[in-house]
Design a protein around this ligand. Structure first.
Ligand code: NAD
Length: 539
């Protein structure tokens, strides 16, 4: 099945990605049936192609293919696996213009926000290529009786990983979970969102060109409700990124199958401006935090708490910066904010704003759709006086809408920030970074960025990333992001035979000996107490 290229809209044809590369990529998907799903460009709502609507049998074949490739991939030396990742990262950078076109085409995002995805994936490739070997190395651990026994731990891949990804960052949010799985020796079956399959297909192509063997990275497309459960029933681990509601059903299914899962879910992220913040800088940061990717970013701020002392000044600067944003769907760097993904998302955003308005909120800027720019475009919107029961105050909007509230002191700001079932990302703005870190420690979120919106948290790939509460389970990135894909095996040895009463010794004597030994162990200094003592000693 090839990409339907007969009549792509002019503006999109002009991007050149129909000229070859993406055409025919859907043929990679091994689907037996003929049913398809149309893929639309949010910028125009025109159909740009169609993808197979995979069935359970198609998923079965994809997982089988990944399973038969897995053992030889796991036996491939880690250096070779890392080199493939490096080569893939180079290809991503080399093909960046086409990837940016593809991302813009299927998500409707502005080019400047598409750039974040391409850079992020290339950086993640270098990181995992560099650090993969370390996570896979064997560990020596303390045996139960140090001289008489030894213990060490080996790590091996879990097998076939199922990755399920959303539409808002189709490149980053697929690859950020796929790369560590591959470097750890797993094979992967990815189910991209049906609205944004082409970026995933382009990735499969580049991974193959980088030298990834057949079967190591399979893609299944289709409806989440069919393909998702079918995948979870067949793989050895599932990494899911999407809504909290779907995440719960993924966790239930993974639980029934007794497989591990990591869940990266929704957020209602707070941003705090403290009384000593540089107001202009905080306003610029807030614009980035709230309106990147038209607010369709899991880490985006939707609740702003601003110290009374700087409230008016901050609000003026924030509104001014926001009004300066340009809305557009061009394939160049001219526009700041792009389109929402589709009509459902537009309706959701609009209903949140209307509900807030009906309950007395003030719209300081924005608050309307812009069909003159694109069918799903909506203006960056700032609300104040939002009723605490309004949907915009309680639920994730996942759009360019933010409510701003003044708070009398830091303690109230922290309390308001923590008044949510979610806990994904927070941002704190202050003139004193030490104070910012102290506030960050009090906020119940998986990442807290001081004097930055979200990039320092997300792009520090060496540090774990994930959510508290309804924002998820498990962590991606860093060592933790690789370890979730590994099975550990502890191997112990004994130099003194079975650790049991020696022949001829009465069990009561043996028991007494064991109690004495345990008491002695309690009294002897522990390794960590010696280390602590050495650290504090002044020689
Ligand atoms: P969604 O949960 O509807 O869909 C996400 C993926 O799950 C898609 O590929 C979809 O096809 C699939 N899916 C749908 N039903 C399924 C099922 N029953 N079983 C298995 N898979 C199924 O999410 P969405 O609304 O498309 O995405 C937006 C949400 O994702 C927002 O809530 C956002 O905050 C969240 N998100 C979180 C992160 C993060 O890293 N924490 C990142 C991006 C988006």
């Amino acid at each position: 099945m090839a990409l339907e290229t007969d009549s792509p809209p002019d503006a999109l044809a002009a991007t050149g990605i129909f000229d070859g590369w993406l055409t025919g990529l859907t043929e990679r998907i091994d689907a037996a049936g003929t049913e398809t799903i149309d893929v639309r460009a949010p910028a125009t709502d025109a159909v740009i192609g169609s993808i197979p609507r995979c069935t359970e049998d198609d998923v079965e074949r994809a997982v089988e293919s990944a399973r038969s490739a897995q053992s030889s991939w796991a036996e491939t030396p880690i250096d070779e696996r890392s080199e493939i990742l490096e080569r893939f990262g180079d290809l991503v950078l080399k093909r960046r213009a086409e990837l940016l076109d593809c991302l813009q085409l299927e998500t409707g995002k502005s080019r400047r926000h598409a750039v974040e995805e391409v850079v992020d994936v290339a950086m993640a490739c270098s990181y995992y290529a560099d650090r993969g070997a370390e996570a896979l190395g064997e560990d020596r651990r303390r045996g139960v009786f140090p001289l008489a026994t030894t213990a060490h731990v080996t790590y091996e891949p879990v097998g076939v990983v199922g990755a399920i990804s959303p539409w808002n960052y189709p490149l980053t949010l697929s690859l950020t979970d796929v790369l560590p799985a591959l470097v750890a020796g797993n094979t992967v079956v990815l189910k991209p969102d049906e609205k944004t399959p082409y970026t995933a297909l382009a990735m499969a192509d580049l991974l193959e060109r980088a030298g990834l063997p057949d079967g190591c990275f399979e893609i299944v497309t289709g409806r989440g409700a069919t393909v998702g459960p079918a995948l979870i029933d067949r793989v050895d681990y599932v990494s899911f990124t999407g809504s909290t509601e779907t995440g719960r059903s993924v966790a239930e299914r993974a639980g029934r199958n007794l497989i591990g899962c990591s869940l990266e879910l929704g957020g209602k992220n707070p941003l705090l401006v403290l009384d000593d913040a540089d107001v202009e800088e905080a306003a610029r940061g807030a614009v980035q935090a709230c309106f990147t990717n038209a607010g369709q970013l899991c880490l985006a701020a939707e609740r702003l708490y601003v110290a009374d002392a700087v409230y008016d000044e901050f609000l003026d600067a924030f509104v001014e910066e926001t009004r300066r944003l340009t809305l557009g769907t061009g394939f160049d760097f001219a526009d700041d904010v792009g389109s929402l993904i589709d009509g459902d998302q537009l309706e959701r955003v609009e209903s949140h704003v209307e509900d807030a308005r009906d309950r007395g909120a003030t719209v300081l800027t924005g608050g309307r759709r812009r069909p003159d720019v694109g069918p799903f475009c909506y203006e960056p919107t700032i609300l104040t006086d939002v009723d605490p029961d309004a949907t915009a105050a309680c639920e994730e909007t996942f759009g360019p809408v933010v409510s701003v509230e003044s708070v009398p002191d830091v303690a109230t700001g922290i309390e308001r920030a923590n008044d949510s079932d979610y806990g994904l990302n927070a941002s704190v703005w202050t003139g004193n970074r030490t104070r910012g870190v102290a506030v960050a420690r009090e906020i119940d979120c998986g990442t807290v960025c001081v004097n930055d919106a979200y990039i320092s948290g997300w792009a520090s790939v060496d540090a774990p990333m994930g959510g508290f509460g309804d924002s998820g389970l498990g962590r991606r990135h860093g060592r933790e992001g690789i370890e979730r894909y590994l099975e550990s095996r502890t191997i112990t040895t004994s130099r003194i035979g079975p650790l049991d009463a020696p022949p001829g010794i009465p069990v009561s004597w043996y028991a007494r000996g064991m109690f004495a030994l345990t008491r002695l162990q309690h009294r002897l200094p522990t390794v960590s107490s010696i280390e602590r003592w050495l650290r504090n000693a002044r020689f």
